[in-house]
Design a protein around this ligand. Structure first.
Ligand SMILES: [Zn+2]
Length: 326
């Protein structure tokens, strides 16, 4: 599965930071983060609370546009090694320049430059989705939406929301999503991972998104599942992430198989891959084992992802062609 071409729609740039890269950067900056790794050099945590601490410690050394340039190169090299030909990554002006528009532009410039270099070297295409952080509240989200609207275009193609799904209500963020929509950005939102089906319903009604990050807990309400299928809402499903964080006890218990069978447009992504000890290859291998999925199913998932990508039509045509000729 490693070499088959893949499209990934749900990847947090900081969350994809390879452990070896973090160790190097921390050493350079004389920051001691040795406690977050196990003996094999991978991120170590026992539960969700500890995961959040490890995540924060691992991403703390990323403090400048130059760091984000190197980070982007490291992440894309890893993605390309697992067959990813097109990727959309969540970018947070909260972490890139503390929501200051001028600083955000500098971070964005560095990230785009790195993405261009990666595309020239490995053929992998990257696009950005500016993402506000739910537990930072609606006022911070407005500033993020302004950053997104000001830099919307052929590279920043989407707007989204991540963070603690139990904080606040989707409607608190409607202003930000309206602003992003008016700027021409396509919309996605994390929902139905930690909160149940009602969170997905509220998100669709109040934020009018066309994709849902995770969305897997829709399975607890089969009427909603049918509505998602009918409306063609695309789910950015991250099974390895859900299993690692205990949303589901194992791969066979994961609802992606049922959602697919009921006609929901599902796609597969890694979320924060090294933190969940996963890669796109690992996801495909585990799914193939758990649900007996063959190459035909994965081809369908990738075509769905390419069609749901927020990129320009010419870029989409290019990706679809690469998927077809594989
Ligand atoms: Zn996510």
């Amino acid at each position: 599965m490693r070499d088959s071409p893949k499209v990934e729609l749900h990847l947090h740039l900081e969350g994809a930071v390879p452990p070896s890269f973090v160790r190097g950067l921390a050493r350079q900056k004389s920051i001691d983060i040795s406690g977050i790794f196990d003996e094999g050099g991978n991120y170590r945590y026992r539960d969700f609370a500890e995961f959040l601490k490890v995540y924060e410690a691992a991403t703390a050394p990323l403090t400048s546009p130059e760091d984000y340039h190197s980070l982007t190169r490291a992440v894309l090299a890893e993605s390309a090694a697992h067959g990813v030909i097109y990727s959309e990554t969540f970018l947070s002006p909260d972490f890139c320049g503390a929501r200051d528009l001028g600083a955000w532009r500098e971070y964005l410039h560095a990230i785009r430059e790195a993405a261009e270099a990666a595309e020239a070297q490995d053929g992998i295409i990257l696009r950005g989705i500016v993402t506000c952080i739910r537990h930072f509240g609606p006022d911070a989200a407005r500033e993020v939406a302004l950053c997104a609207a000001e830099t919307a275009g052929d590279w920043v193609v989407g707007f989204g929301i991540a963070g603690d799904e139990t904080a606040g209500k989707p409607r608190d963020f409607a202003w930000s999503f309206d602003m992003a929509r008016e700027a021409g950005l396509r919309l996605t939102a994390h929902a139905g991972e930690w909160a149940g089906p009602q969170g997905i319903r509220d998100t669709l009604r109040d934020l009018r998104v066309e994709r849902i990050g995770h969305g897997v807990r829709a399975i607890e309400d089969l009427a909603l599942v049918d509505e998602l299928a009918e409306a063609g809402i695309v789910l950015e499903v991250c099974p390895g992430s859900n299993v690692a964080l205990g949303v589901y006890p194992g791969w066979r218990a994961h609802p992606i198989g049922q959602l697919y069978d009921r006609g929901v447009k599902v796609t597969v992504s890694t979320d924060d891959p090294p933190f969940f000890h996963t890669t796109m290859t690992h996801e495909y291998d585990r799914l193939s084992e758990a649900f007996d999925w063959d190459d035909g199913v994965f081809a369908t998932l990738n075509r769905t992802a390419a069609e749901a990508a927020f990129c320009a039509p010419e870029t989409r045509a290019q990706i679809l062609k690469r998927l077809e000729t594989a």
